[in-house]
Design a binder for this molecule. Structure first.
Ligand SMILES: Cc1cc2nc3c(=O)[nH]c(=O)nc-3n(C[C@H](O)[C@H](O)[C@H](O)COP(=O)(O)OP(=O)(O)OC[C@H]3O[C@@H](n4cnc5c(N)ncnc54)[C@H](O)[C@@H]3O)c2cc1C
Ligand SMILES: NC(=O)c1ccc[n+]([C@@H]2O[C@H](COP(=O)([O-])OP(=O)(O)OC[C@H]3O[C@@H](n4cnc5c(N)ncnc54)[C@H](O)[C@@H]3O)[C@@H](O)[C@H]2O)c1
Length: 462
């Protein structure tokens, strides 16, 4: 089998891969992407960000109807989860069609439906649509992403995962009366919010003392009391096994405070984390893999300067937009002849937990500052005083900005409540631009929009 020469091969075609593939193809490089899905966007579009947020936004609209009476809209609507799922599928299909058109517009960029494995540090074999093909690659981006982690629990196969909930034509198409979720991270809490808003009773079982571990406890403490009352959080739970009843229900056996107990459910969702997907043949290459994934620094290079690892597979910031930025950093460094000319910032990445309400954060927050022995100056703004929040009756939560003492340069923030996901992006731009509390205080953001609160939080210092 003769090897085909390429300038770049990406293992995967998700957010960690395709931005670099397009960038290099536009610069005239010979580029091949490989992904068993045969489409771009990886797990984000297939079973992650987009489908979960399609369900979320419908749930958010439905939740708002609890206020319709106050807003002058009497009457009730009721959810049809099968139709919610149909909408989610339609959004996924629409985006797949868009990506297909984007790919077709770059005729020299090839996406092979197949699985890639390393033969050596420059040779990749693809088992795909046209049988086996081998590529000799000047550069390789490993962007094979992550997959659901299923712990070795007896009966774990009786639980659904985010894959089953959000993939096209998902397994779950009816609203369960009682949903038990194991794991209180991003996926567990978001899923709990969506289903509780739509009408399910949700019990969330979390081992340890805090949901959203790794997030600033101050922000988590703000968020938790605002979650829907149909969500029951149980901390310190050690799940031991799952069992099915003759009627098709589920029983979760667990230990808490040294006592054994059980809980009945219509559906159980397991959301205890994801793990990196490593391509076959990687182990022989001397590339360092730690418990988060392939070890890389901000230049995204592995131990081989021509092999990069971007996105979830390196575990640094497992978010879609971080994967995209990392992919572009790798592309720039490839264009620079594998001598770094661009670096990813792993700290100043906005992240939103799309619960209802949402919580979002970026940069250095008090917990991180304390661990690094850094002092912060804090500016506050409560949504209780915000015009838009009052108009929509969503007055819970706040904007909190964190500044470096002295210079008052903005270094971090969190937002809990209305428009959190939008606001953290605007705050992120201010951090990236090196703005200070003085700059934010001087900018007259629009009235009556929640972004007014950013300037007001800065002005709380003066
Ligand atoms: C339920 C859920 C909700 C999420 N919500 C959000 C959100 O709201 N916002 C956000 O920013 N992030 C969200 N994420 C995270 C986001 O999906 C990931 O961070 C993002 O998909 C990472 O992109 P990636 O390209 O690194 O990997 P992936 O999207 O995992 O793509 C990797 C691709 O590589 C392919 N692949 C694997 N092995 C091989 C191989 N050997 N050869 C060829 N191809 C291979 C896979 O099939 C896959 O298509 C969510 C994730 C989940 C599960
Ligand atoms: N809004 C977003 O950006 C978004 C949304 C969903 C997912 N994601 C990405 O997907 C990744 C995976 O999400 P996730 O929620 O599966 O993982 P996670 O790592 O965020 O959370 C897993 C949670 O499960 C808990 N846990 C682990 N084992 C347990 C057990 N046996 N019993 C009970 N609880 C247990 C952990 O303590 C943790 O709280 C996230 O890290 C994030 O990067 C992002």
């Amino acid at each position: 089998m003769a090897d085909t020469e390429v300038d770049l091969l990406t293992i995967g075609a998700g957010g960690g891969a395709y931005p670099a593939a397009f960038r290099l193809a536009r610069a005239g490089a010979r580029v091949v992407m490989v992904d068993p899905k045969g489409v771009m966007s990886g797990n984000c579009l297939y079973e992650g960000c987009v489908p979960s947020k399609a369900v979320r936004e419908t749930a958010a609209l439905y939740l708002d109807q609890e206020k319709f009476q106050h807003l002058g809209l009497p009457g009730r609507i009721c959810p049809d989860y099968a139709a919610v799922v149909a909408h989610k599928d339609a959004v996924q299909n629409r985006r797949y069609a868009q990506h297909a058109a984007e790919l077709a517009a770059v005729p020299d960029l090839r996406l092979i439906q197949g699985v890639a494995r390393f033969i050596d540090a420059h040779t990749v074999q693809v088992h795909g649509e046209r049988g086996d093909e081998r590529f000799h690659c000047r550069h390789i981006i490993i962007a094979s992403g992550s997959e659901v982690f299923v712990p070795p629990l007896p009966g774990a196969e009786l639980a659904l995962t985010s894959h089953d909930l959000y993939k096209p034509d998902p397994t779950l198409k009816n609203l369960p009366a009682h949903l038990v979720i194991i794991g209180g991270g991003y996926i567990g809490l978001e899923t709990a919010s969506f289903f509780a808003a739509l009408g399910s009773q949700v019990t969330l079982l979390q081992k340890g003392g805090q949901v959203l571990q790794g997030m600033d406890p101050g922000m988590v403490d703000q968020l938790v009391p605002l979650l829907h009352p149909r969500i029951h959080l149980m901390m310190g739970v050690e799940v031991e096994s799952l069992e099915a009843t003759a009627a098709g229900k589920r029983i979760v056996h667990y230990r808490r405070d040294g006592m054994s107990a059980q809980i009945h459910a219509d559906v159980v969702v397991l959301a205890v984390g994801r793990r990196p997907v490593l391509p076959e043949g990687l182990d022989g290459l001397g590339i360092v893999v730690d418990r988060h994934g392939i070890s890389v620094g901000p230049d995204l290079r592995t131990q081989h300067p021509h092999i990069y690892a971007c996105g979830d597979v390196n575990g640094r910031v497992p978010l879609f937009h971080a994967a995209v930025r990392q992919s572009l950093v790798a592309a720039h460094n490839i264009l620079g002849g594998d001598v770094p000319m661009d670096y990813a910032d792993f700290v100043n990445v906005p992240t939103t937990i799309f619960t209802l309400p949402a919580a979002a954060s970026i940069g250095i927050t008090p917990a991180r500052a304390k661990a690094a022995n850094i002092e912060l100056v804090t500016g506050h703004y409560a949504f209780a005083e915000d015009s838009r929040a009052q108009i929509l009756e969503r007055m819970d939560g706040e904007i909190r900005l964190f500044f470096e003492p002295g210079s008052l340069r903005l270094v971090g923030a969190w937002v809990v409540g209305i428009d959190a996901g939008h606001l953290i992006g605007e705050i992120g731009m201010a951090i990236q631009g090196g703005l200070s509390a003085y700059d934010l205080a001087r900018f007259a953001d629009q009235h009556p929009m929640s972004a007014e609160g950013i300037g007001k939080a800065a002005r709380s210092l003066f």
